[in-house]
Design a protein around this ligand. Structure first.
Ligand code: ATP
Length: 240
């Protein structure tokens, strides 16, 4: 099986702040891979580097064999990125936005129809984005990230701000795209139930380092606990 993402000894400084400290892991093609860790652990920094939006201080990052520093253009052809907080084009309707993105990515009409379905905005798809709630915007952006059927979808907290029903709907959409269209997914999440439900493997990140990696089952066994929340607390600790 091909390797979708390879990261070796990744270091990132923001000024004097060391956000990533020799981070190393691999994501296999077709996998849904979760990054889990406390606030400030370095998840968004890692995802932005993979997405070619941020330069590492040192280390190697490859996406399907392309080095993100040397071949950012090639990498961008293979990925779509959902930022943690994303603005959208306020004066477009949801549908116009998806159509616009569809043109940029040269995708067929039926992909856009699928995007409209994932967004599950009902009649609001024809309203301007500025009238949307936070959760509605999030769904639109998740739809945009998935509908292009990238080789790699980089999703920073995909369901943050979504109600229970819509979060479940989006999780199922992520799963469907991963399994049916062989989209590899790397995501971050603070919701351990979501990670258990979605991710084939999970990396625990703390202070810019990988603390442990495995399937949820493996991690539960390794730490001798009952669920991923308890793994998190045992591996990383609570608030001090
Ligand atoms: P959260 O769960 O809160 O989203 P995270 O795991 O995504 O956190 P990052 O946003 O990657 O963490 O931040 C990692 C570290 O880098 C933190 O110490 C943060 O303060 C710092 N950091 C992030 N972005 C910047 C920036 N633009 N300038 C300076 N420091 C930054």
């Amino acid at each position: 099986m091909a390797i979708a993402v390879e990261i070796y000894d990744l270091i990132k400084f923001y000024g004097k702040v060391k956000a990533l400290d020799r981070l190393t892991f691999k994501v296999n093609e077709g996998e849904i891979f979760g990054l889990v860790g406390p606030n400030g652990a370095g998840k968004t920094t890692t995802l932005r580097i993979i997405a070619t939006l941020l330069k590492p201080s040192s280390g190697i990052v490859r996406v399907f064999g392309y080095n993100v520093i040397e071949k950012p253009g090639e990498v961008r052809k293979l990925i779509s990125y959902l930022p943690e907080e994303a603005g959208a084009y306020r004066f477009l309707t949801g549908k116009e936005y998806l159509e616009f993105m569809g043109k940029i990515y040269h995708i067929p009409r039926d992909f856009i129809e699928e995007g409209i379905e994932i967004a599950s905005l009902g009649g609001a798809i024809d309203r301007q984005i500025r009238t949307y709630s936070k959760g509605m915007k999030r769904r639109l952006l998740v739809a945009r990230a998935l509908m292009v059927k990238p080789r790699l979808a980089i999703l920073d907290e995909p369901t943050s701000g979504l109600d229970v029903a819509h979060a479940l709907y989006v999780r199922n959409a992520i799963r469907k795209y991963a399994k049916e269209y062989n989209v590899t997914v790397i995501l971050s999440s603070h919701n351990m139930l979501e990670v258990e439900y979605l991710c084939d493997r999970v990396a625990l990140v703390n202070e810019g380092r990988i603390v442990n990696i495995g399937t949820t089952e493996e991690l539960i066994k390794r730490y001798g606990v009952r669920n991923l929340e308890e793994v998190f607390i045992k591996a990383i600790g609570g608030v001090v």
